[in-house]
Design a protein around this ligand. Structure first.
Ligand code: TYD
Ligand code: MG
Length: 451
């Protein structure tokens, strides 16, 4: 095969250079030149076949053609399943369970009648086979190959002609026509491009595994997000079993659903009662704990928030937030001090969401603040109480979305009372609502202030 010409292109301005340079001639930026194959431009020079405008009513709806993956939680996040010809990037930290999830997925999809090819770039076929055995993913319609060379993968695809192909991982893809090292931005991008091209031409659903660095970016500076149709983020606390699957980009549906899975001996299992899971280790009657009915996507989740206020030996007291936003915690401490008369600014404050949960919902503000107040004064919140509301800088408690759904979940889990923002009109069955217009009022309703 003739070696393809490569060029170096600036990721900022798009200027081309035949050789690599530290600085782009076009825009003067440093370290922006990335090697890519020149072949694509050559192909573009001969006109591609033209498309034909059609009345919209005559065009098939791609999303409605989604096919179940056989893994319920993945289908939930994708809004039904995988669309033929689509490219999905599954990102997550090393060790979080991406290979496990996708191996289970090909097993389940094969069971549903799809032909699947699993391309492993990191593990030998023997290793993958033995894991697949434990996961129940061994099926005659699942093909397996250990391969990292892109042109070879294209050959395997032509041979197997799968409905679904998994490439684990995109960082191992390597095209010998590029001089850059495997794992470099150029290699990752060109590899993904090649897979995307194949997907569109053959209607194969492509799943690319991408390792995400600690800072949360996909190695290969987010270059892939533009190439793919869907980006799924798989995360969770590696030391806890719970795993969350979310779509951060999805061309075929909403990005609001969250999939909940638990890593067990035999792989990942759907979590049917997440609130029960989060509350299972709860010890009643301890100060510094509050139960918050959050919503993640459309899913209500009861999560325990804990805080510990300790005397500080430091000039700048320590603030630690785990599974909660650090800046939000700092703001809540300031509001507690200035609007509620509690002295916390000079103390070390630790706050966390129990069970490896990660809360981004502002409705958790009031719960975090009450947990801090409770730890400070030593008065625990009542066992049958949940707290919901966003805290404003004026110390007011603000209304939050999905209140009915949150409170219904609290009632289902056996809670009897809920502190809610003052403006709330909804009051569900089986739950007594205590309206608090301000955080100070919530503190007194929960009886966690200084006595
Ligand atoms: P893995 O899927 O290899 O992670 P990734 O591909 O994201 O790097 O899974 C990592 C961990 O999951 C591994 O350390 C062990 C654990 N695990 C289980 O607990 N049970 C199982 O059945 C499997 C397959 C893995
Ligand atoms: Mg892996």
């Amino acid at each position: 095969m003739a070696k393809m010409k490569t060029v170096h292109r600036c990721t900022e301005c798009g200027a081309e250079s035949p050789v690599w340079a530290g600085r782009c001639d076009g825009c003067g930026e440093w370290n922006t030149l990335v090697e890519e194959l020149d072949g694509r431009d050559a192909a573009a020079a001969t006109l591609p076949p033209s498309s034909e405008p059609l009345p919209m009513v005559d065009i098939a709806d791609d999303a409605s053609a989604a096919r179940s993956t056989g893994v319920g939680e993945v289908d939930r996040v994708l809004g039904g399943g995988l669309v033929a010809g689509s490219v999905t990037l599954v990102g997550g930290e090393p060790g979080i369970g991406k290979s496990t999830l996708l191996l289970q997925l090909v097993g389940a999809a094969a069971e549903e009648g799809s032909r699947c090819l699993y391309v492993s770039g990191e593990e030998s076929v023997g290793q993958v086979r033995s894991r697949a055995g434990r996961l129940g993913a061994v099926h005659p319609n699942v093909w397996l190959v250990a391969e990292t060379v892109v042109p070879h993968i294209r050959t395997h695809l032509d041979q197997v002609k799968p409905d679904i192909v998994v490439v684990d991982s995109v960082q191992t893809l390597h095209d010998p026509d590029l001089s850059s090292a495997p794992g470099s931005v150029s290699q990752v991008r060109e590899g993904a491009h090649s897979m995307a091209q194949y997907a569109k031409q053959h209607g194969t659903a492509v799943l690319l595994v991408g390792h995400v660095t600690k800072e949360g970016t996909l190695a290969g500076p987010r270059v892939l997000e533009h190439v793919v149709d869907t980006v799924l983020e798989f995360d969770g606390d590696r030391h806890h079993g719970l795993r969350l699957l979310r779509a951060s980009k999805h061309r075929f549906g909403p990005t609001t659903e969250v999939g909940l899975l638990q890593m067990e001996e035999a792989g990942l299992a759907a979590v049917h009662d997440p609130s029960g899971l989060f509350l299972s280790d709860r010890v009643a009657g301890v100060s510094g704990s509050a139960i918050v009915p959050t919503v993640d996507g459309n899913r209500p989740l009861l999560i325990e928030v804990q805080a510990l206020v300790a005397q500080s030996q430091l000039a700048n007291p320590r603030r630690s937030a785990q599974g909660l936003d650090q800046g939000r915690l700092a703001m809540l401490l300031a509001v507690l001090e200035r609007r509620c008369g509690l002295t916390v600014m000079g103390s070390d404050v630790y706050a966390l969401a129990v069970g490896g949960a990660r809360i981004t919902d502002p409705g958790a503000d009031a719960g975090v603040a009450l947990a801090v107040a409770s730890s400070l004064t030593g008065h625990p919140l009542a066992d049958d109480l949940v707290v919901v509301g966003e805290v404003g800088l004026g110390g007011e408690l603000r209304h939050v979305g999905h209140l009915a759904r949150r409170l219904k979940e609290a009632a289902r889990m056996g809670f009897r009372r809920a502190i809610v923002p003052g403006a709330t009109s909804e009051a569900p069955d089986g739950l007594e609502v205590l309206r608090a217009p301000t955080l100070a009022a919530a503190i007194s309703l929960a009886d966690v202030g200084a006595h």
